[in-house]
Write a protein that binds this ligand. Structure first.
Ligand code: ADP
Length: 315
C-alpha cells in the first residue's frame, strides 16, 4: 500500500478488529435456528423458506455436538448427486441431513470444512480463519469448561463483518481512496456467466465446479441483467420437487422472494471507501463491476474486500 492515509486507514480497521470479538457483532437479542441432523433434507428446505433463512447450524443430538453448517451449497450438492445418479432419485426424499457428507463424497465435491471459532476470540482471527478456508460464514461455538459441552452461539458471515466494519469505521473507510482498478480488487478474467435462457442445472454445475456462489446473467451484448445466486436454488426445490430445475435461469429468478436485496454494481473507478458507503447503507452480498454501458467487467466478492482489508501488506 503506497498511500500513507490508505495504510493508516487499513491499520486502524485491523486494530479495531483485534479488540472486538464475535460477541460484539451481534445485537443484544437475536434468534438462531439450529437443525437436528436427523431431520429429512426435504423438511429442512421448508424450514429455511418459512423462516427466510439461507443457512443453519446443524446439531447431532446423538453426540450432543455441533455438526457443521447447512448452506445453499449443500442443496447444490444434492442436486448434483441427483444428476449423477438418477436411479437414486426415489431415495432422495428419505435422505436426512446426516447424509449430506456422504452425498458430498459420492459426487467428489470439495468438503466444506466444519471449522468453527470461539466467540471470545478477536474478530481479526475469526476473519483470517474464514479467508483461509474460503468459508463464507463461520459458526461461533462456545464450550463449557466444566462439562466440556458445546453450544452454537451464532453464525458470523462476511457480510456481517463488513457491515460491522463499515458502521463503526466511517472515519477510517474515508481514507481508502484507491479505486477498484488501482487495487485490482476482484476477478476480471474467466468470469463465469450465463444467459436468461441457460438451464438452471448448467448454472448449478458451474457453481459447484468452480466453488463460487454467484453467476452474473448477461445478454448477448455482455450487458448485465441480473445475478443468479446459490440461495436462488432454495425456492426452486421447495417441497422436494426437483423438476423445476429443468427450467431456465430466467424462470428461476421469478421465484425470488420479494424482499431479496437486489443487485449492486460498481465501476472500476469507484474508491474502496465508496464501496464501504454502499455496504453501510445496503444489504450487499457482492458487487458486479460494469462499465458506463452496463457491460460486465468483473466481480468483487465480499471475500475479495475482506482479504484486501485484512491481509494486504501495509508499510
Ligand atoms: P461469491 O460469494 O461471490 O461466490 P466467493 O467469496 O466465493 O464469492 O469468491 C471467491 C472468488 O471467486 C473471489 O475472488 C471472486 O472474485 C471470484 N468469483 C466470484 N464469482 C465469480 C464468477 N462468477 N466468475 C469468476 N470468479 C468469480
Amino acid at each position: 500500500v503506497a498511500d500513507k492515509d490508505e495504510a493508516q486507514g487499513l491499520k486502524n480497521i485491523r486494530d479495531f478488529l483485534k479488540v472486538r470479538t464475535g460477541y460484539d457483532v451481534f445485537p443484544l437479542s437475536f434468534r438462531l435456528i439450529v437443525l437436528d441432523t436427523d431431520l429429512l433434507i426435504n423438511k429442512s428446505l421448508n424450514i429455511m423458506i418459512q423462516n427466510s433463512i439461507v443457512s443453519a447450524p446443524l446439531w447431532d443430538s446423538h453426540t450432543s455436538r455441533f455438526a457443521g453448517l447447512l448452506t445453499a451449497t449443500d442443496y447444490m450438492n444434492v442436486i448434483q448427486y441427483y444428476c449423477q445418479f438418477p436411479e437414486e432419485m426415489s431415495k432422495l426424499d428419505q435422505f436426512r441431513l446426516s447424509s449430506l457428507r456422504d452425498i458430498e463424497k459420492a459426487i467428489g465435491a470439495v468438503p466444506i470444512e466444519t471449522v468453527s471459532v470461539n466467540p471470545l476470540l478477536p474478530l481479526y482471527e475469526a476473519c483470517k480463519g474464514m479467508l483461509k478456508t474460503r468459508a463464507r460464514r463461520i459458526p461461533l461455538v462456545d464450550k463449557d469448561d466444566e462439562t466440556g459441552k458445546e453450544w452454537v452461539v451464532s453464525v458470523i458471515t462476511q457480510y456481517r463483518i463488513l457491515k460491522f466494519i463499515a458502521v463503526n469505521n466511517e472515519h477510517n473507510t474515508v481514507l481508502l481512496k484507491r479505486t477498484v482498478r488501482e487495487l485490482n480488487l476482484g476477478t476480471y478474467t474467466n468470469v463465469a456467466t450465463a444467459q436468461m435462457t441457460s438451464p438452471v442445472l448448467d448454472v448449478i454445475q458451474m457453481m459447484v465446479h468452480r466453488n463460487i456462489s454467484c453467476v452474473p446473467i448477461i445478454d448477448k451484448d455482455n450487458r448485465l441483467l441480473n445475478v443468479f445466486e446459490a440461495v436462488d436454488i432454495i425456492p426452486c426445490i421447495k417441497g422436494g420437487v426437483y423438476e423445476e430445475l429443468a427450467g431456465s435461469v430466467g424462470d428461476a429468478l421469478l421465484r425470488r422472494p420479494e424482499d431479496s436485496p437486489g443487485i449492486y454494481t460498481c465501476s472500476e473507478h469507484d474508491r474502496l471507501g465508496a464501496i464501504f458507503d454502499t455496504v453501510r447503507k445496503s444489504r450487499v452480498h457482492r458487487l458486479v463491476v460494469v462499465d458506463d454501458e452496463n457491460k460486465l467487467k468483473g466481480i468483487v466478492s465480499l471475500s475479495d474486500i475482506l482479504a484486501y482489508v485484512l491481509l494486504s501488506p501495509v508499510d
